[in-house]
Write a protein that binds this ligand. Structure first.
Ligand code: PHE
Length: 462
């Protein structure tokens, strides 16, 4: 039964901005450009967009529909549809666990962003040479105490937003942050357009170049699509539960999905011209943002302004995502254990901070010295890969199976159609959820588990 007292989003725009705020984050700003670079550009972007349209957005609709139907948090949804003892509750817990693990290292990366923001304001560029600017990330990365400090500050800010409750807190802040984000992005992208490397960057990003593209990248594109859309992390299930029956789910999902795709493309358009202008190779992960860009900013006119704007944007987007992650974790404790909102939010943040410590210390190796030689990745990398390689695809797979095969089709049909005029879309959507999504995700697992090698398979075909 719906719980009449549950808070709802005050307007459609508020919800759209909050959902987009959760989706657009470090995945878009930090992961997306580096993965695009690794995979040779255009063709990868194209495949990412196709997957987002045909698998990501349908799952996005599915999660919102489940949340709205049950009017509960991620775990409660499965309990209320399938019963308290149902296996499917695991899917909800999986989402909560993924959100928790992501938050634990997300705050470390976001904290680095805060650190760079402060550095930019403090005239860092005037006082240092290019070498010093580039080395500063190594110093930061190996200074565990500073990383912990900034992660803590970032978590405090996140706590402040979620503590105020759904409407006043998340919605209010998301609105301000998202609008600022768009203004900043467009300003920076306009700046990039004037650089010499712009043409080359456009070619790199938009024109498919199958020569530089490996078929196994197809699966990476699918994983990235899940990460950037916030799928399988309980976020959309929880946000859906705050939606009214009159809300148009397919339309909302298409709008948010398009915003994510637009911003992803804008971000690479902003970063790659800079890389091509200075003949750098698109390096991956943390290095791209923290090591490459500040050095480049320093060589450009308006370095301080440019860098301050960029890292403000970086921290804003991370904040709106972290707010969503903390909301999921807290909402489940509120629903399941009857905790007060304040207690749930405080305890979740405290626990996330404790688990963030080994990630913040990963660079300095002050803790778990032998982690890297034993596992091949430091603590930070291990948590990241555990979530993005295994937990998210598993969660998405189970959600697709749940909607497509387990629950009553008439029920999900009713939920899909409530509030929308796009009646004929239902059968296409259902087909994508029932067949396309599960099969694609199984392929990810087989590839990642080493059971199939898609590269070889493609190469064998003349
Ligand atoms: N989609 C976010 C990103 O791209 C990550 C995220 C997932 C944030 C789930 C919130 C919830 O960074």
């Amino acid at each position: 039964m719906a719980q009449p007292l549950r808070e709802h989003w005050s307007s459609r725009l508020g919800f759209i901005l909050a959902a987009a705020g959760s989706a657009i984050g470090l995945g878009t700003l930090w992961k997306f450009p580096s993965v695009v670079g690794e995979h040779g550009g255009g063709f990868f972007v194209f495949i990412y967009l196709v997957f987002t349209l045909f698998i990501g957005i349908p799952l996005f609709i599915g999660e919102l529909a489940l949340g709205r139907h049950a009017q509960r948090g991620a775990v409660g949804i499965f309990a209320s549809i399938s019963g308290e003892r149902s296996f499917w509750k695991t899917v909800g817990w999986l989402g909560v666990a993924s959100s928790f693990l992501i938050l634990s290292y997300y705050c470390v990366v976001a904290g680095w962003g805060l650190n760079y923001f402060m550095m930019s304001i403090n005239q860092f560029y005037e006082a240092h040479s290019a070498d010093q600017i580039s080395n500063i990330f190594q110093i930061l990365y190996t200074s565990g105490d500073i990383s912990i400090f900034w992660a803590f500050i970032f978590l405090l800010i996140t706590l402040g937003v979620v503590y105020q409750g759904i409407r006043k807190g998340i919605e209010f802040w998301s609105r301000i942050l998202m609008i600022s984000l768009f203004i900043l992005l467009v300003a920076l992208a306009c700046y990039s357009v004037t650089l010499d490397g712009f043409k080359e960057a456009v070619r790199f990003i938009l024109v498919p170049s199958p020569g530089g593209f490996k078929p196994s990248g197809i699966l990476d594109a699918l994983g990235l699509s899940f990460f950037t859309l916030s799928l399988a992390q309980g976020v959309l299930l929880t946000y859906g539960s705050y939606l009214r029956p009159s809300e148009d789910l397919p339309k909302t999902a298409l709008i948010v999905g398009s915003m994510v795709m637009l911003v992803s493309v804008l971000v690479v358009m902003m970063i790659f011209p800079v890389i091509f202008t200075f003949n750098l190779s698109p390096s991956g992960g943390a290095g791209l943002v923290f090591e490459t860009l500040p050095v480049l900013f320093a060589q450009l006119p308006g370095a301080m302004l440019l860098s301050t704007l960029f890292f403000a944007l970086f921290t804003f987007t991370a904040l709106t995502s972290a707010v969503a992650l903390l909301e999921v974790i807290s909402a489940n404790f509120i629903d399941l254990f009857g905790w007060s909102r304040h207690k749930a939010v405080l305890l979740s943040t405290g626990a996330a901070f404790v688990v963030s410590i080994p990630s913040a210390l990963a660079g300095s190796q002050d803790l778990f010295k032998s982690w890297l030689p034993i596992y091949g990745l430091n603590f930070f990398g291990t948590v990241d890969s555990l979530v993005s390689v295994w937990l998210l695809p598993l969660g998405g797979f189970l959600t697709a199976l749940y909607i497509g095969w387990h629950i009553d089709k008439a029920m999900i049909r009713k939920e899909f159609l409530s509030g929308t005029k796009w009646v004929s879309l239902f059968s296409i959507w259902f087909f994508l959820i029932k067949w396309v999504a599960p099969i694609a995700i199984v392929l990810i697992f087989l590839q990642k588990g080493g059971f199939i090698n898609i590269d070889k398979f493609f190469l064998a075909v003349p």
